[in-house]
Write a protein that binds this ligand. Structure first.
Ligand code: NAD
Ligand code: UDP
Length: 308
């Protein structure tokens, strides 16, 4: 039996990952400061003898004996990561340094949850891992983008200098049950607005694109990456790209909503297009997403009905 540390384990992706690791028979320490995560997400694991919940902030040192670390702790939605921008960048930099120090001492393998945001507003499309990105270093998204870019730098330097066993994944927009209803991301906003027959708020003209991956597909890719000998970075996401306006119409259709579409100002530095190139994931991990957007959205809509 191996012991896994999942930082950010009470969050959206982390809670699915904890469940999957427990089902595979592993011991799991779920570490979270509950900034954007919730006990509700991991409530069903509390009686599992292989599960341990720790309230802790990764910007402070943490000591435990572990074999594997998934470093997911970091708010992911723009309103949440901009709420306390300095804390966000501390989480990515100090937090990742603390987790790398832990990995070094324990000789644990550590996987960093990086993001498509490291490509910024990309000038090449779809985004391949060798693209260095187009990030505004002083904008309102930079606390997250530059924090995650620096976390990748730290991962590579601990690997080169101290031989730490690392893996880096770049996650593209992921959705599914356990997303926080108040997180302000497009999937939660549109589904809740549609279920309540309220106006659907499109930022800008809705021509910007995103590519949405269902969480179960993502978790499969994360586990394959942790088990692989390839250190990355590697893109994990669903290459099926759509305009935000078309996404709004799809949600209205699937929820049979009476909502109307309204247009709001586009936030600064909002990327105009985003789609992962996943050739590397196919080649190195034999991974590609399997869950179609409608199937994934129907499960997600069911989950959000609890909050109406
Ligand atoms: P989330 O906000 O639901 O989960 C993040 C978790 O980290 C929360 O439980 C939060 O309480 C915890 N956390 C935040 N700061 C912490 C700190 N300083 N110490 C301890 N815990 C802390 O977000 P998510 O969507 O589950 O994202 C998980 C990870 O995946 C993040 O690192 C995010 O950057 C990355 N990611 C997610 C997406 C996506 O589409 N969901 C895309 C790219 C990258
Ligand atoms: N968006 C929108 N309406 C909303 C929330 C988001 O039009 O109520 C847009 C947002 O401007 C962006 C896209 O949807 O272009 C995805 O936003 P999200 O915050 O989910 O994630 P991002 O990919 O920008 O980090």
């Amino acid at each position: 039996m191996k012991r896994f540390l999942v930082t950010g384990g009470a969050g959206f992706i982390g809670s699915h990952l904890c469940g999957r690791l427990l089902r595979e028979g592993h011991e799991v320490i779920c570490l979270d400061n509950f900034f954007t995560g919730s006990k509700q997400n991991i409530y069903k694991y509390l009686n599992n003898k292989n599960f341990e919940l720790v309230r802790h902030d990764i910007t402070k040192e943490y000591f435990a004996e572990v074999d594997y670390i998934y470093n997911l702790a970091c708010p992911a939605s723009p309103p949440h990561y901009q709420y306390n921008a300095i804390k966000t960048i501390k989480t990515s930099i100090l937090g990742t340094m603390n987790m790398l120090g832990l990995a070094k001492r324990c000789k644990a393998r550590i996987l960093q949850a990086s993001t498509s945001e490291i490509y910024g507003d990309p000038k090449i499309h779809p985004q391949t891992e060798d693209y260095w990105g187009n990030v505004n270093p002083i904008g309102i998204r930079s606390c997250y983008d530059e924090g995650k870019r620096c976390a990748e730098t730290l991962m590579m330097d601990y690997h080169r200098q101290n031989n730490v066993d690392i893996r880096i994944i770049r996650i593209f927009n992921t959705y599914g049950p356990n997303m926080a209803p108040n997180d302000g991301r497009v999937v939660s906003n549109f589904i809740l607005q549609a279920l309540k027959n309220e106006d659907i708020t499109i930022y800008g003209d809705g021509s910007q694109t995103r590519s949405f991956c269902y969480v179960d597909d993502l978790v499969d890719g994360m586990i394959k990456m942790m088990e692989s000998s390839f250190i990355g970075p590697i893109n994990l996401g669903n290459p099926s790209e759509r305009k935000i306006i078309d996404f709004a119409k799809l949600i209205i259709k699937l929820t049979r909503s009476k909502s109307k579409i309204v247009y709001k100002p586009l936030p600064a530095d909002d990327p105009t297009q985003r789609k992962p190139d996943i050739k590397l994931a196919k080649e190195k991990l034999d991974w590609e997403p399997k869950i179609d957007i409608k199937e994934g959205l129907i499960k997600t809509i069911e989950y959000f009905k609890e909050f109406i």
